[in-house]
Design a protein around this ligand. Sequence first.
Ligand SMILES: Nc1ncnc2c1ncn2[C@@H]1O[C@H](COP(=O)(O)OP(=O)(O)OP(=O)(O)O)[C@@H](O)[C@H]1O
Length: 255
Amino acid sequence: MDIRLDGIGHFYDDFEVMRDISLDIPSGQIVCIVGPSGCGKSTLLRFIGGLERPQKGRVLQVGDAPRGCLNPLTYIFQDFALLPWRSVAGNISLVLEDHGIKGAAAKTIIADVLARTKLTDFAGALPKQLSGGMKQRVAIARALAVNPAVMLMDEPLSALDSQTRELLMDDLVELWTRQPFTAIYVTHNLAEAVRLGHKVVVLSRRPGQIREIVEIDKPLSQREFGDADLDRAQKQLWQLMRDEARAADQELLHG
Ligand SMILES: Nc1ncnc2c1ncn2[C@@H]1O[C@H](COP(=O)(O)OP(=O)(O)OP(=O)(O)O)[C@@H](O)[C@H]1O
């Protein structure tokens, strides 16, 4: 299933948060969205996820969700959102219970997503026993369990330290390489965007508009830490963002 944004615009009272955003998110790609603070990245994700409706334009789902999809648009948040009293497997089974999947069928799905996220040995652990990186892997496993058409990822690594971020990026690349998934990935971190994005959408400061879409051709599996092509792409993104970020910063300070 592809997602198509057609002329999305929105005001909160008199405050125009975004203007005329049109964008295709093709199935099987990771599309990163970057832009200065307050430009509307999380708001756009909420529109795509159907949590809120834009005043202008449409969010279209084009084509069918994958077979066995329980929740076409599934969020992954930066704070993991795990239930502390449930084990790793229990947190995953919860979303399956919501869809009436129990017993052997649930066990098969849970075993599959735990294996894909390398969490098999931690099935019985409680969240408090896990590091931040492991907790986010559980959140990713839980999202995969519903076989989503599109994962909506809002700063999923920003609560983690830089080494753990690197490890999680490796995990996401490996996961995608074995079985491509579709994701819209909001981040402040340009290194993450060039490492994970098939394309990177740069939004302007408020009202958020598409400033540029940077395509990154290099296969995900060949994107190593410190890669010269990625460094170049990151520099290009920063040049696009720098003036917008500075102006947005001043607005937040004085506005
Ligand atoms: N429900 C709301 N009512 C009023 N204003 C809102 C609402 N939601 C968001 N805003 C405002 O809209 C603007 C965009 O917010 P949003 O969180 O989407 O930006 P962002 O680009 O994700 O920001 P950041 O990078 O800082 O996370 C902000 O100025 C925010 O205060």
